[in-house]
Design a protein around this ligand. Structure first.
Ligand code: PGA
Length: 256
């Protein structure tokens, strides 16, 4: 089902105490809004997952992880698996963020295995895709994203694909203050929906949730979220400030 989502990716930020305060403040703000028709997700660093799960229990706020192992269990020191996340009642997991691709050499093939592991465990992957600046400048942005989707997602069976959330995050827009224009976002989101239509059919494509990420903030969220194929956002920097994040949730509510 197509859902409006606002997800906060805290990346490797905050101490335990700071994360506790941020969670409490965001949850209070979201509860005040009631958040009808919008799924609000916090993706804290892994050591804080349990605390965030506790503080958001029985609220409108759901919890996601930022990364996961491709393996279910075993001798993989330092890794965290999808069945572990599931056993803690973590509902979502970001897979393939561009920082993972860049700093940890995560390939489309590896990400395909991670997505499958996450789905097998009953967790919803938030699969990130997006082009680098030179790729956009060369006019190859749609081709790059098509390749990422084909190699990491399109061999899923339809019933599994239906459980994937896609986040289009142009790499040049992440943490740079250089947001994609609403037209650029809409063009890519419509292309992604078209690719899904070709692979899985019109109904699956219309039901797919496609988020935008990359310097999204309270000042630009409205024009981005009102594009017909943009179903919310994956928020980095602005998710570290409770008032800004809650404001973005409010904007998403107004766009439903
Ligand atoms: P940003 O990050 O909002 O700070 O650009 C987005 C993301 O990396 O998911």
């Amino acid at each position: 089902m197509r859902t409006m989502i606002v997800a906060g990716n805290w990346k490797m930020n905050k101490t335990f105490q700071e994360a506790e305060d941020l969670t409490a403040e965001i949850t209070k703000g979201v509860e005040k809004l009631g958040a009808p028709n919008v799924e609000v997700i916090l993706c804290p660093p892994a050591p804080f997952l349990e605390m965030v799960l506790d503080l958001t229990d029985e609220t409108y706020v759901a919890v996601g992880a930022q990364n996961v192992s491709e393996f279910d269990f075993g001798a993989y020191t330092g890794e965290i698996s999808a069945p572990m996340l599931r056993s803690m009642e973590v509902e979502y997991c970001i897979v393939g963020h561009s920082e993972r691709r860049k700093y940890f050499q995560e390939s489309n093939d590896l990400l395909a295995r991670k997505v499958k592991s996450v789905l097998r465990a009953g967790v919803i992957p938030i699969f990130c895709c997006g082009e680098l600046l030179p790729e956009r400048e060369a006019g190859n942005h749609v081709k790059v994203v098509k390749n990422q989707l084909e190699e990491s997602l399109f061999d899923l069976e339809e019933k599994d694909f239906r459980n994937v959330v896609i986040a289009y995050e142009p790499v040049w827009a992440i943490g740079t203050g250089m947001t994609a224009s609403p037209e650029q976002a809409q063009e890519m989101h419509a292309s992604i929906r078209e690719l899904i239509t070709l692979q899985y059919g019109e109904r699956v494509a219309q039901d797919a949730t496609i988020l935008y990420g990359g310097s999204c903030n309270p000042g630009n969220a409205m024009e981005l979220f009102s594009q017909p194929d943009v179903d919310g956002g994956l928020i980095g920097g602005a998710s570290l400030k409770a008032d800004e994040f809650v404001e973005i949730v409010k904007i998403a509510i107004n766009c439903t």
